[in-house]
Design a protein around this ligand. Structure first.
Ligand SMILES: [Zn+2]
Ligand SMILES: [Zn+2]
Length: 344
């Protein structure tokens, strides 16, 4: 089959990859209909998180059609349209039972295309382990593109908002306005936030945030503007969506007493944690990857009712065969690149 593989930093290619090889009776094979590129795929693209071997497929956001099920699969059959949460769990341990795959006790959380085990989703076919748990039938009134956004980026944004304790009347900063940051604006409003400040270096991304009802801020003046607007009290909540030291520091600086900072940007390895500032403000600090399965029951109805329109962040629709071009565009943020969706 064809799919995208990493060759060298900045060099992703549309290659001949090995077909999925189901080994367990609970495995499911899905024919990909749509996949997308996530910000964390750029870590691979830049040479971090090197794949375990050549021609190992990358990508972890996809939806498609079930084409093969093992004997142990109960809930799915060939022909079912499914969405594939980017992170998978065993489905049976105490954490998976409540959807918290990021704490899975049997083998840990596994992400497609990252790590050594599961090959990526940016491919014509995908092997899904424990299919009954890790492939979810696309609900009624959810479009293919919405289903795709529900596999990773929207639940990640929502996780960030929940971890930031966003609720009615709260003031919020979102630091980083890629697709997840923009989703987070929508989620923050749905959770009742009153003021949502949106921060990014790129003016065009701030413009997109403004169109969603947020107050745009340039990083250079964000802190003083928030100081002034709140008479020095600062904000209740901040979400960091970049995964860098400067943006994490900024999120901590923007939050006031009894506030909460939530980091969902991946990639920061070490950080000079300003514990004195956190201590003084009696602040809560959380950092976590998303457990998609946990929040789908909440998010699906919000999308069905039109309260969340995650497909709004899709900027480009391309072919899988143009994957190299898609990665290049996304990496350089060329011509307004936000969320790039690929179809076979
Ligand atoms: Zn992702
Ligand atoms: Zn588990």
């Amino acid at each position: 089959m064809k799919g995208l593989a990493f060759h060298a930093p900045g060099d992703v290619r549309y290659d001949d990859l090995q077909d999925p090889q189901p080994a367990e009776s609970t495995d499911v094979v899905v024919k990909m209909r749509l996949c997308s590129i996530c910000g964390s795929d750029l870590h691979i693209y830049h040479g971090g998180l090197a794949p375990p071997r050549p021609l190992f497929g990358i990508g972890h956001e996809a939806m498609g059609e079930v084409v093969e099920v093992g004997r142990g699969v109960k809930r799915l059959k060939p022909g079912d349209q499914v969405m594939l949460p980017g992170s998978t769990g065993c489905g049976k341990c105490q954490f998976c039972e409540v959807g918290l795959v990021n704490s899975c006790e049997r083998g840990g959380m596994r992400v497609y295309g990252i790590g050594r085990e599961l090959e990526g989703c940016q491919a014509e076919a995908i092997l899904v382990p424990d299919g009954d748990f890790n492939a979810i039938r696309v609900p009624d009134d959810i479009s293919d593109e919405q289903a795709l956004m529900l596999t990773d980026s929207l639940p990640t944004a929502y996780t960030g908002c929940i971890n930031a304790d966003i609720g009615p009347g709260k003031s919020v900063a979102i630091v980083g306005l890629g697709p997840i940051g923009l989703h987070a604006i929508e989620c923050a409003f749905v959770l009742g936030a009153e003021h949502v400040y949106a921060i990014d270096l790129l003016a065009e991304r701030r413009k997109a945030a403004t169109a969603m009802g947020a107050i745009p801020l340039d990083p250079a003046t964000a802190l003083e503007t928030v100081m002034e607007a709140t008479q020095g009290r600062l904000l209740d909540c901040a979400i960091e969506v970049v995964g860098a030291a400067a943006t994490t520091s900024m999120a901590i600086a923007l939050v006031g007493k009894q506030g909460t900072v939530s980091v969902i940007g991946a990639g920061l390895v070490n950080f000079d944690f300003p514990i004195q500032s956190v201590f003084r403000k009696a602040m809560t600090f959380r950092a976590s990857v998303c457990s998609v399965q946990r929040y789908l029951p909440t998010l699906v109805p919000l999308v069905q009712q039109g309260k969340l329109r995650p497909e709004r962040v899709i900027s480009h629709r391309l072919r899988l065969a143009d994957g190299a071009e898609a990665y290049r565009k996304f990496d350089r943020r060329e011509d307004g690149a936000l969320k790039l969706v690929l179809a076979p």
